[in-house]
Design a protein. Structure first.
Ligand code: AMP
Ligand code: MG
Length: 403
């Protein structure tokens, strides 16, 4: 099955979670569930963009170093305060950045163009009418659509949501993704290795990737290649999670527990996808006590697991979050080394993208076990079906997935 058809199959298993209110500080990485309209304008009132003096521009138009203009300072206005006094000809009000513009003011003279004094201020350079005044609504106008539903919230969106006074926003609940590693050879980091054992890196990789995608990564107790144990683990995950991810046990070998159990439980299809790495995939759903939960079975090799997560799971999570954009950004880059690719499959090679130079270099060898190499990568180099090699200097598509 092609990567695109398999992605469509995975996406058909998921839908956006229910809408909840979240405090702004808890909403990072969620997607807005409704359009956000500005209840007031930004700025909300005319205010000074500089520390200086509120004046009549006409009073100071002719001011120069050789013939400065002196004005009587009738008030001092800090941000957060207002004054009833108005600026009249021959007078000024000292004003700080962000303070509301007093009545009568037609411009602000920055303090740098003055002697900075109170009592009488001497101005040695004029300003244009309207200078250094930030007008109400010049950023956002009351009633404007500030952010549309589906926008994923980063620090920049949080700033404007706070600025328009929202303490809580409506988002789709973060889905809980149960991450279940399988393999009798696996132990936890921190445990001494006996011969033949390796550390379970996938569950850590996948939980972190779920969190990065905006979901809750729930690392479930790892299971050995034992059908009863796996069945029990699926049973408990199905009760608590919105989506289950398994890693390992789906290839062609003996002891491929995941495949053996899920072929009989629920409706999970095991599919060979036309991609490298990550050919063996499985997805479907399991039903426990009339609760049906989607499940995606990822291959065990860490690089395959990661590439599969990026291609299928991340878009599924973003769909559950109600995100408008479910795909990572991609771009073209010039590859610095030639590469071979299986012509019948779409290859996702790990690369390091130099954004400034617009070049990408394959990293870490392309074996699907190379976690060290994976850690050097900040993108995947996509070599499409039908292409069996690229040469140094060719332009290739890369999917950005890291700094
Ligand atoms: P499997 O799909 O279970 O046959 O696993 C394929 C390869 O991936 C084997 O070399 C496994 O030891 C390795 N592997 C499976 N699960 C993990 C895991 N959670 N962390 C690291 N490597 C794994
Ligand atoms: Mg295994």
């Amino acid at each position: 099955m092609s990567v695109d058809d398999y992605l469509a199959r995975v996406l058909s298993l998921v839908s956006p979670t229910e809408i909840v209110s979240l405090r702004l500080t808890d909403s990072l990485g969620c997607a807005l569930a409704e359009n956000v309209v500005a209840p007031w304008s930004l700025p909300n009132f005319d205010n000074s963009s500089m520390d200086g003096y509120a004046v009549l521009a006409a009073d100071v138009a002719a001011a120069t170093a050789d013939s400065p203009v002196a004005l009587k300072v009738i008030a001092d206005l800090a941000a957060g305060y207002i004054t009833d006094l108005a600026v009249l000809p021959g007078t000024a009000i000292r004003i700080m950045t962000g303070a509301p513009i007093p009545a009568g003011t037609t411009a602000v003279v920055p303090v740098e163009r003055t002697d900075g004094q109170m009592g009488t201020v001497t101005i040695h350079e004029g300003v244009d009418d309207g200078a250094f005044i930030r007008r109400a609504g010049d950023d956002v106008t009351a009633g404007d659509l500030v952010l549309p539903a589906g926008t994923v919230i980063t620090s920049r969106q949080i700033a404007v949501l706070a600025a328009i006074g929202l303490a809580e926003i409506k988002v789709h609940r973060r889905p809980r993704i149960g991450v279940l590693s399988t393999g009798s050879e696996l132990v936890d980091p921190g445990t001494p290795l006996e011969s033949g054992q390796i550390v379970d890196s996938n569950s850590y990789l996948l939980v972190a990737a779920c969190t990065e995608a905006g979901a809750i990564g729930d690392r479930r107790p790892r299971v050995a290649d034992d059908e009863a144990e796996f069945r029990a683990a699926i049973d408990s995950a199905a009760r608590e999670c919105d989506l289950i991810l398994t890693s390992g046990g789906v290839s062609m070998g003996a002891y491929d527990t995941v495949k053996a159990v899920l072929s009989t439980l629920g409706s999970v299809d095991f599919i060979k996808t036309a991609m490298q790495p990550g050919m063996p995939q499985g997805c479907g759903s399991v039903t426990v006590d009339s609760r049906t939960v989607p499940i995606i079975t990822l291959p065990g090799n860490p690089v395959s697991s990661y590439v599969s997560f990026e291609n299928f799971v991340r878009p599924a999570i973003r769909t559950m979050l109600g995100a408008e954009t479910i795909q990572r950004p991609d771009r073209m880059a010039t590859i610095t080394e030639g590469m071979q690719s299986p012509g019948a499959k779409r290859q996702f090679a790990r690369g390091h993208l130099d954004r400034a130079a617009g070049t990408v270099t394959p990293v870490g060898g392309q074996g699907s076990h190379v976690v060290g190499g994976l850690a050097q990568a900040n993108c995947m180099i996509v070599i499409n079906e039908g292409v069996s090699s690229v040469a140094a200097g060719d332009s290739v598509r890369v999917i950005e997935c890291g700094e």
